[in-house]
Write a protein that binds this ligand. Structure first.
Ligand SMILES: [Ca+2]
Ligand SMILES: [Ca+2]
Ligand SMILES: [Ca+2]
Ligand SMILES: [Ca+2]
Length: 445
């Protein structure tokens, strides 16, 4: 889950007026749902191979010229992001009438709450990078192969009937990114919460959450099972029962508009509950996209598996607002931003319109109709926007990717996403003769 991108004094990223709010529930009101995953073989069901966004992808489909070693996997391990712009994301407490100047409110379809004006919502992911000095490593491009997002889920040879609403912007931020996802200037970490074996552990309360007061020392849960259960409650530090108390004003605002929907939201007011892809509550008709829909939620994603054969957790690591695990909360934002508008070709809407979508350098279409595009983004090119006064590429600690502007559910499927170094160190100093040399004819005639 990503922190909210912040603007700077020069207004270089004005997309999120809520980005300046601190310790204020309104700042999460535009966060929609996004799931991200590498598909586990065990999650696959009958229908998943027909859908281009969940099928297996043979290496030769995207990389026909690659020489595969016997140890290479026959299929590409894709990284997939599915964005649900009409669906509340975790810790989104938007109210029916919206928050003036910030969010458009929620409406109801039956007993489901749906975000109004999905094109104004956003969701993203972020992570720390291992190598930070792009200048000394000569890293010049971000490159990825991505499946066209506009294909029909039933048959890649047709455009998706909703392709119009699947157009939007993918943004990439590189640099210093705030780790304060629930912004209150306090670092939350699940394993700092009290439990039966450490009942005296002190906590504080912010608008968002219960936060540990002590410094984080370890990156693991307490061994005691009941303590671990009480700690694995998500970034709000609250289980569902405590969420009902804390966010009662939100629930009662919804109740006034739609009591049945409020009852439903009250099951998990923060909307942060994990669900395992193999959960027996899913039916055989639930495809992978549904099965992974709640997989990245942080409450209950680290249950210990005692007494169960099913490995039903997502991670053993406590969720925390600390991406690079340096035990501090980075709140600074200064980053380069790259905007990638994803537009369908009006002539053939299965295709990305490369006249309006920049950075596309290659295209390959497989016999099954799937179309892959290679994007190559020059990091120091004219399309970059420097937010927060970042000047160079010497300290690129984090990457954040987010989607905005979409109206309908969209899956971005990456076959490969990597930073590319230039083999040849580029010489950026002025080589013109009058600067450095004086050219003289050694033997004037
Ligand atoms: Ca926080
Ligand atoms: Ca929670
Ligand atoms: Ca919850
Ligand atoms: Ca957790």
């Amino acid at each position: 889950m990503a922190s909210i991108p912040q603007n700077d004094e020069l207004n270089n990223n004005p997309l999120f007026p809520e980005g300046k709010l601190i310790n204020d529930l309104r700042s999460g009101a535009n966060r929609a749902r996004m799931s991200w995953y590498r598909i586990d073989q065990a999650a696959r069901g009958e229908g998943d191979d027909a859908n281009p966004y969940t099928s297996l992808v043979p290496q030769i489909e995207v990389f026909p010229n690659a020489q595969l070693a016997p140890t290479d996997l026959p299929n590409v391990q894709t990284f997939d992001m599915t964005y649900f712009p009409e669906e509340r994301g975790p810790y989104n407490f938007d109210v029916p009438g919206g928050y003036p100047g910030i969010s458009s409110g929620i409406r109801f379809i039956g007993d489901s709450a749906v975000l109004r004006e999905p094109e104004t919502r956003w969701a993203g992911i972020m992570r720390a990078l291992n190598s930070n000095d792009f200048q000394s490593t000569n890293t010049e491009f971000l490159e990825f192969w991505m499946l066209s997002p506009f294909l029909d889920q039933a048959d890649a040879k047709n455009p998706n009937p909703e392709f119009q609403g699947q157009q939007g912007e993918l943004y990439i931020n590189l640099g210093n990114i705030s780790e304060d996802i629930l912004r209150d200037s306090r670092k939350f970490f699940e394993n700092g919460l009290p439990g039966p074996i450490n009942p005296d552990r002190r906590v504080d309360t912010t608008a968002w959450s219960v936060v540990p007061i002590a410094q984080q020392i370890t990156q693991s849960f307490d061994n005691d099972e009941e303590t671990r259960r009480r700690q694995d409650v998500g970034l709000d530090g609250l289980n569902d029962e405590a969420e009902r108390t804390k966010f009662a004003p939100f629930l009662s605002a919804v109740r006034t508009a739609n009591p049945v929907a409020a009852d439903r939201l009250a099951n998990d007011p923060s909307n942060d509950n994990f669900r395992y892809y193999g959960d027996s509550g899913f039916s055989s008709s639930d495809g992978i996209i549904n099965r992974y829909r709640f997989f990245t939620n942080p409450e209950g994603n680290s249950r210990s598996n005692t007494g169960s054969n099913e490995l039903n957790s997502a991670t053993n690591i406590p969720d925390a607002e600390d991406l690079n695990r340096d035990n501090t909360l980075n709140e600074t934002e200064n980053y380069f931003q790259y905007k990638i508008p994803l537009r369908a070709n009006p002539v053939d809407p299965r295709e990305i319109d490369i006249n309006r979508t920049p950075f596309v350098t290659d295209r390959i279409e497989a016999a099954n109709g799937r179309i892959w595009y290679r994007f190559r983004i020059p990091l120091d090119g004219p399309n970059k926007v420097a937010v927060g006064g970042i000047r160079d590429f010497r300290s690129i600690r984090f990457i954040r990717m987010y989607m905005q502007g979409f109206q309908k559910q969209t899956t971005l499927r990456f076959a490969r996403l990597e930073f590319v170094r230039n083999q040849w160190r580029r010489f950026t100093q002025d080589l013109s003769p009058r600067q450095s040399y004086s050219l003289r004819c050694p033997n004037p005639v």
